[in-house]
Design a protein around this ligand. Structure first.
Ligand code: DAH
Length: 339
C-alpha cells in the first residue's frame, strides 16, 4: 500500500505539471482527491491492514493527500495569476490612441432653405400650417376658381385617386382650408409636398415642394405683397437682391404676377444661369380673387388678401447653384455633404 501511495504521489506531481487551465485542474482534483478518486480507493483498503501497519500507512496517506492538496492550491494560484496577466495583456486599452469621431449628419439643403424661409416669416408674425396631400378636387381646384372645364387644369395634371380625390398639385389648396377654419386677420405660411404627372428631368419631378403664403385682412393691397416679398428676398439672398413683377394669370388671384429676382449669379448682366435675362423666375403671386374669398365665407367687400406660392426646389437650386433637380433626391452623401 505504501508503494501504491507513493506511486500516486509521483503520478500526481507529473500530471499537475501538464495542467494549463482551470478545467484541467478540476479534472485533476476529482481524479486524485475526489470521492471515487485514486487516493480514496487506496485508502479504502486500509481496513484490511494490521493494527501496527495502519498508523504508518495512515501517516503516509495524510502526507500524500496534504502534498497533493498543497500543490493543487499552488497550481490554482499560479493559473489565476497567469489568466489575470494574460487578460491585462490582451485587453489592454491604449487611451492615447486618437478616438473615432462620430459622423455628424446635417440638414438636407432643401430643409435648410425651408427652415430659413420659415424663420423669416415666423419673425414677421406668420403661423406655419400644414394641409393634406391627399385632397378633394374642391380644395385643389374648384374653390380656387378653377372649375371642371377650366384650361388651367391642363397645366397641373396630377394623380387622381377617384374622380373627386387627388394628390394635390399645389399648396394653394391650403389657402382654402385656412380661410374656412380661421377668421381674418390671417397670416400663414404652408410648406409641403405637391404632385404632378410630369416625367422626371433636370427641372421636373412628379413630386416636389412648394411654400404657400396667404395674408387676409382689412385693407391689404398689392403694396403689402411687394413689400413682404422684397423684405423676404433681401433676407434670403442679401441686400442687393431686387424683385421684379411681371403680369401673369392665375385663376385664384386678381391681379396676378410672376415674380423674378435679380440673378444672384451675374447681378443682372445676363449669364447661363438666368439664360441671359438678368432675372430668374421665382414664384407666382397675386391678390386673392374675390370669388375665392367668398367661396371660403370671407366677405370680399370687407377683406382683401395677397398670396404667393414658390417652388422650394427652384429656390434651393438657385441659392446653391445646383443645375439638376434629381441631385436633390438621390441622397448621395458626397453631394449633400457640400452644403
Ligand atoms: N399655385 C401656383 C402654382 O402651383 C403658384 C401660385 C400662384 C400660388 C399665385 C399663389 C399665387 O398663392 O397667388 O403654379
Amino acid at each position: 500500500m505504501k508503494q501504491a501511495l507513493e506511486k500516486i504521489e509521483l503520478l500526481a506531481k507529473a500530471e499537475l505539471e501538464k495542467i494549463t487551465d482551470a478545467e484541467q485542474l478540476e479534472a485533476f482534483r476529482i481524479r486524485f482527491l475526489g470521492k471515487k478518486g485514486e487516493l480514496t480507493s487506496v485508502l479504502k483498503q486500509m481496513a484490511g491492514l494490521s493494527a501496527e501497519e495502519r498508523p504508518i500507512v495512515g501517516q503516509i496517506a495524510n502526507r500524500v493527500r496534504g502534498g497533493i492538496e498543497a500543490e493543487l492550491a499552488e497550481k490554482a494560484a499560479q493559473l489565476k495569476a497567469e489568466t489575470a496577466a494574460r487578460r491585462l495583456r490582451e485587453e489592454r486599452l491604449d487611451v492615447t490612441l486618437p478616438g473615432k469621431a462620430p459622423r455628424l449628419g446635417k440638414a438636407h439643403p432643401m430643409d435648410s432653405v425651408m427652415h430659413e424661409i420659415e424663420d423669416i416669416f415666423i419673425g414677421m408674425g406668420f403661423d406655419i400650417v400644414e394641409g393634406p396631400e391627399v385632397e378633394y378636387d374642391y380644395y385643389n381646384f374648384e374653390a380656387l376658381n378653377i372649375p371642371a372645364d377650366h384650361p388651367a387644369r391642363d397645366t397641373q395634371d396630377t394623380f387622381f385617386i377617384t374622380d373627386n380625390i387627388l394628390l394635390r398639385s399645389q399648396t394653394s389648396s391650403v389657402q382654402v382650408h385656412v380661410m374656412e377654419d380661421r377668421k381674418p386677420p390671417i397670416r400663414i405660411l404652408s410648406p409641403g409636398r405637391v404632385y404632378r404627372s410630369d416625367a422626371i428631368d433636370a427641372t421636373h419631378s412628379p413630386i416636389f415642394h412648394q411654400i404657400e403664403c396667404l395674408v387676409v385682412d382689412k385693407g391689404i393691397t398689392m403694396a403689402n405683397l411687394v413689400g413682404t416679398l422684397d423684405t423676404v428676398m433681401k433676407r434670403l439672398y442679401g441686400e442687393e437682391c431686387k424683385i421684379r413683377l411681371r403680369p401673369h394669370h392665375f385663376p385664384f388671384t386678381e391681379p396676378s404676377a410672376e415674380v423674378d429676382i435679380l440673378c444672384f449669379n451675374c447681378g443682372g448682366k445676363g449669364c447661363a444661369m438666368c439664360k441671359g435675362e438678368g432675372y430668374v423666375e421665382l414664384l407666382g403671386a397675386g391678390m386673392v380673387h374675390p370669388k375665392v374669398l367668398a367661396n371660403c365665407g370671407i366677405d370680399p367687400n370687407e377683406y382683401s388678401g395677397f398670396a404667393f406660392g414658390l417652388g422650394l426646389e427652384r429656390v434651393t437650386m438657385g441659392k446653391y447653384g445646383i443645375n439638376d433637380l434629381r441631385l436633390l433626391y438621390e441622397n448621395d452623401l458626397r453631394f449633400l455633404g457640400q452644403f
